[in-house]
Design a protein around this ligand. Structure first.
Ligand code: NI
Length: 175
């Protein structure tokens, strides 16, 4: 947080099938796994391009949403777009690999539809709800230079992760 690259509007990717993009995805996957996150956007590793990756285990979704859900498989989304479905929003805890050590309670749309391209240039289009929708909105924001604290409406709910137990029980891996 504070690095100018995280404030930029990222650029569209012209050729999803290029070797450069494949290499970028490899680096992002390693970075995300090393940090134990569920999502990452290219600007977070210093590359101002419109690419996000995410992967959420079923147990994590179930814990966050309180209902059984199947895993969000490893997804690479190039030039993503989000459409909000309805007006419903919900508060949920978020962390961010670019805002280490902190957690915040952030309002997000509950229902979204998102689309983007995969590494073969094929279209991915999905409806998402709850934590799945939250992760995609969080990562998408990175492409427009927005970090989650800017989405918060009550900064008394921005806390150190060491203090999070007072608010909730362990729902807070970084994104
Ligand atoms: Ni983030």
């Amino acid at each position: 947080m504070g690095n100018p690259l995280l404030r930029e509007t990222a650029s569209l990717i012209e050729d999803p099938q290029s070797n450069e993009i494949r290499t970028l995805v490899d680096v992002m996957q390693v970075s995300m796994e090393a940090a134990g996150g569920v999502g990452l956007a290219a600007p977070q590793i210093g590359v101002p391009l419109r690419l996000i990756i995410f992967n959420v285990p079923g147990e994590r979704l179930e814990k966050e949403d309180g209902v059984a859900r199947s895993e969000i498989p490893q997804t690479i989304l190039i030039n993503p777009e989000i459409e909000y479905i309805g007006d419903e929003t919900a508060l949920g805890w978020e962390g961010c690999l670019s805002v280490p050590g902190l957690r915040g309670l952030v309002p997000r749309h509950t229902y979204i539809r998102y689309r983007g391209l995969d590494l073969q240039g094929g279209l991915i289009e999905r409806d998402a709800v709850g934590f799945h929708a939250r992760v995609v909105q969080h990562e998408f924001d990175h492409l427009d230079g927005i970090l989650y604290p800017e989405r918060m409406d009550d900064l008394t709910n921005l806390v150190y992760e060491s203090e999070i137990q007072a608010f909730t029980d362990d729902k807070c891996a970084p994104e």
